[in-house]
Write a protein that binds this ligand. Structure first.
Ligand code: FAD
Length: 497
């Protein structure tokens, strides 16, 4: 009896009318796993991470159920994750997804709380107490290291940090990469590796019309890098990049390709068995590497002052130091051969090695999710939260989406689909009563109080819009679409004006 009273008074405190006691049942406890007594409670869902996964999950939840309320918690004072801090500055069309995310953030049943570091400012358990469901969508903020001697020498960077630096990620502001050498080696042959190579070689007059940060633009304008080698352990048929990125590289102004014909042995013969997208990509690579270009293109290539090329069948084994043992002077590569064919083929060491002189090494062998809270199951080997269609295993009410769910692969459209799938799982659980919403939950009300006690002041979406305006004005003044604020302090200052 007293239990009912407590529950009821608690309800009044928390819900300001959004949850109605139906009076049809005498207990607020769900015995059959079905929504029973509080049939019209608004399900309160919390999403951790304001990147594409977070916003797409929120979008689908809001659309699928008219009663769901969604709060998005984001570590940084600014939203959109890798759309802001990953996507290359010369890919502005990719960033148009921000318009859809903004619509979601401004929906009456969605709220954004930036500047909240989940796992530090508030725990996942606390969020679970405050919400009926928690969706983890915090991406993949770590990176895989090459694990070779010399990796900590000056002149070696992870692609994650390098990309963060030119895109204005506050934690990478101080990177100031040394671009005084002529040759750079990028290890890895995915789209991120090609982004890095392209930015290193891109003519400055193209970059200066993008939202690349001003310090990066100035450093690149002074850069001595003229040659970028993109190294992969397997062959041309196994590269992980897509045709759009390869085509951009092939057509990049003032550059010419520098490939090794021997790497393409047997590739023409293998073409016929490749699936269509892979076939088109390989054809472009073959054409670039082996065919004599027509006159106009020949002329363009002859005039180019910079070169780029793939180096296939090579794995990094050591970063070589200069005589003072301080800086990178080169990279030692093991020469591989392939066992098996197609995607399933394996690189096997031949015992041969090859040294390449270079002053800059950027390792682009993958991002990696990290655990943020000891209460959440985490698969260390796969570096993901173990899940079944987005339902975190053995953790009722906990879900995941985006790169944290699948691992760090795929474009924004892939992330969208897997986030919609997670939202569908959550809606299914609501509809079936597996996810119990009979008891009212306080949602942001109790979390805001907790954060306040801990001295954390969230940045709302309307605060971000103030930052947005400042950045666009700063950009406009120098002919760029945006000039980003580079520190959390500056962002908070503008947000609170
Ligand atoms: P993220 O985008 O990383 O978002 C995760 C969010 O969670 C971030 O905002 C982060 O700050 C936040 N977060 C992290 N930890 C916490 C915490 N403890 N508490 C609260 N919030 C937290 N795709 C394309 O389609 N086109 C491209 O051109 C393209 N370029 C890319 C370039 C690079 C360099 C990279 C790495 C990826 C690129 N992608 C591109 C892929 C695309 O960015 C991803 O598919 C997508 O961003 C993954 O979304 P996500 O939400 O899972 O992760």
């Amino acid at each position: 009896m007293s239990g009912h009273k407590l529950l009821f008074s608690g309800l009044k405190l928390w819900t300001s009318g959004s949850c109605r006691w139906t009076g049809r049942h005498h207990d607020g406890v769900n015995r059959r796993g079905k929504a029973a007594s509080f049939s019209s409670c608004s399900p309160k869902v919390c999403i951790v991470g304001g990147g594409p996964a977070g916003f797409y999950t929120a979008q689908h939840l809001i659309k699928a159920r008219q009663d769901v309320e969604v709060d998005v918690y984001e570590r940084l004072p600014v939203p959109f994750g890798l759309v802001r801090f990953g996507v290359a500055p010369d890919h502005p069309e990719v960033k148009n997804v921000i318009n859809t995310f903004t619509q979601t953030a401004k929906h009456s049943r969605c709220s954004f709380y930036g500047n909240v570091n989940v796992g530090k400012d508030v725990s996942v358990e606390e969020l679970q107490q405050a919400y009926h469901a928690v969706v983890l969508s915090y991406g993949a903020e770590g990176n895989r290291s090459m694990g070779v001697p010399g990796e900590d020498l000056a002149g070696v960077y992870s692609a994650k940090d390098f990309v963060g630096w030119y895109n204005g990620l506050p934690s990478c502001r101080q990177l100031s990469p040394d671009l005084s050498c002529e040759t750079a080696v990028v290890t890895g042959q995915g789209n991120v590796a090609l982004d890095v190579a392209r930015i290193l070689l891109c003519p400055i007059d193209i970059l200066k019309k993008t939202d690349i940060t001003q310090p990066a633009l100035e450093a690149l304008a002074e850069s001595h890098v003229r040659r970028v080698l993109i190294v992969g352990r397997r062959g041309p048929i196994q590269v992980a990049c897509t045709i759009k990125e390869l085509r951009e590289m092939v057509n990049l102004r003032d550059t010419r390709p520098e490939m090794m014909a021997a790497d393409f042995e047997g590739v023409t013969e293998a073409l016929k068995d490749l699936p269509r997208p892979r076939k088109r990509l390989t054809e472009l690579m073959l054409k670039t590497a082996l065919e004599t270009p027509e006159e106009k293109e020949r002329e363009r290539r002859n005039k180019a002052s910079r070169t780029w090329g793939f180096r296939f069948f090579r794995s990094p084994v050591e970063i070589l130091a200069d005589p003072d043992h301080k800086r990178t002077a080169g990279i030692r590569l093991a020469v591989n051969r392939l066992e098996g064919s197609g995607d399933a083929s394996r690189a096997v060491l031949t015992g041969e090695v090859e040294d390449v002189t270079c002053g800059l090494v950027i390792s682009s062998i993958g991002y990696k999710s990290l655990p943020i809270d000891p209460s959440v199951p985490f698969d260390q080997r796969k570096a993901i939260v173990p899940n079944n269609m987005g339902r975190v295993q053995q953790a009722a009410g906990l879900y995941c989406s985006g790169w944290l769910k699948t691992g760090p692969t795929g474009v924004i459209a892939t992330t969208m689909n897997n986030s919609f799938d997670t939202a569908r799982s959550l809606v299914e659980d609501l509809d079936s009563g597996t996810l119990v919403v009979s008891a009212a939950k306080p949602g942001s009300q109790s979390i805001s109080a907790l954060l306040d006690k801990r001295g954390v002041k969230p940045v709302l979406f309307s605060d971000w819009e103030k930052i947005d305006i400042v950045e666009m004005k700063q950009g406009e003044a120098i002919g760029k679409p945006r000039e980003k604020l580079l520190t959390v302090e500056e962002m908070l200052l503008e947000a609170r004006k």
